[in-house]
Design a protein around this ligand. Structure first.
Ligand code: DAH
Length: 338
């Protein structure tokens, strides 16, 4: 190692030892090792400098003196700091460095939902809420899902067994399986025009894996008025996806079926630029005239579109989150990244 490299190494090691010395004994040890007049490392360096080639002496000597002054000053400053008496108040040494409080942060899904509401607010949609415990009328019947429809199968829903409310006697209640229930609740109480979104939890006894959970979040949207068409539905969904995911995302609509819309579509988003990888993000369509009639609207005069999107899937694509279970695991290593 050449002389200047040795000086650099000495400087770093000496400053570290001095600054981390926790008491006067440790500080004295550091002094003996680095600055000691007999066998200290500074003395060795001075010896090497004495034997340096003449032409190197001015530069090396200058650097040596610099480092010597810096390390000596650091030692003196540390000595003064350690000599200060601790100020103890009520058993607490107030001269000790404080413990920085850790700031919490909002859950990534909470952040996503807030952003969804903000984006849809810009399009003129008002945020509304609905209950998570629903009756069969709002979860199924008013949505044009008849009693014998497979979607009502007790094995595909979380029915609640409450006292005094059995299958035979009381109105059956369940954890809502979709946010579409909110469409009914809003239209029942308000005349058209309607332009709302509702974001919240839904529950399904799905097998849990990287993309399925028995509880997840949906954003429901509903727009009803005179002359509302499918063109507006497609535009709103496209603008929304671009606002949240960026301009390179593509949205694809596939013909599908839902009892409460006609025509119905399933909506996919592109997962990359290849045009080959798509992921389903929800369903949508034009509100079925039967649904409009069930809430007392006149399908001859108003029409509307509705959509239901999976919140987690949007957030997963944006942040490249590989597994939906990460959202619910409360692992701080995951949560701290948002
Ligand atoms: N509720 C449907 C589901 O959970 C999604 C959906 C489809 C919502 C069509 C809608 C709609 O509002 O019009 O699978």
């Amino acid at each position: 190692m050449d002389f200047l490299a040795q000086v650099n190494e000495f400087e770093a090691a000496a400053l570290l030892a001095i600054q981390t010395a926790g008491d006067t004994v440790a500080l004295e040890q550091a002094r003996i090792e680095f600055l000691g007049a007999k066998n200290g490392r500074l003395r060795d360096l001075q010896g090497s400098l004495g034997q340096a080639p003449r032409e190197n002496k001015p530069l090396w000597g200058k650097r040596f003196n610099e480092v010597k002054a810096r390390v000596t000053n650091a030692w003196e400053a540390r000595k003064a700091a350690l000599a200060q008496p601790a100020i103890v108040l009520g058993g607490v040494d107030v001269t000790l460095p404080g413990v920085r409080p850790e700031l919490g942060r909002r859950h990534p899904l909470t952040q996503t939902i807030a952003e969804f509401k903000e984006i849809m607010g810009r399009f003129g949609f008002t945020v509304v809420d609905g209950p998570e415990i629903e009756d069969e009328y709002h979860n199924f019947e008013a949505l044009n899902i008849p009693p014998d429809h497979p979607a009502r199968d007790p094995l595909d829903n979380f029915y609640l067994a409450a006292a005094g409310c059995t299958a035979d006697t009381g109105p059956a209640r369940l954890l809502r399986s979709q946010t579409s229930t909110v469409q009914i609740r809003i239209m029942e109480r308000n005349p058209p025009p309607i332009r709302i979104i509702s974001v919240g939890r839904v529950y399904r006894p799905d097998t849990i894996d990287a993309t399925h959970s028995c509880m997840f979040h949906q954003m429901e949207g509903l727009m009803v008025g005179a002359g509302v068409t499918m063109a507006e539905l497609k535009t709103v969904l496209r603008l929304f996806a671009r606002a949240y995911l960026g301009h390179d995302v593509h949205i694809r609509f596939r013909p599908s079926f839902f009892p409460f819309t006609e025509p119905s579509v399933e909506v996919d988003m592109s997962m990359d630029e290849s045009g080959e990888k798509w992921l389903e993000i929800g369903g949508a369509g034009m509100v079925d005239p039967n649904v409009l009639t069930a809430v007392g609207y006149d399908p001859e005069h108003v029409s509307g579109f509705a959509f239901g999107l999976g919140v987690e899937r949007f957030c997963m694509r944006r942040h490249r989150i590989p597994d939906i279970r990460l959202f619910y695991g409360n692992d701080l290593r995951f949560l701290r990244q948002f």
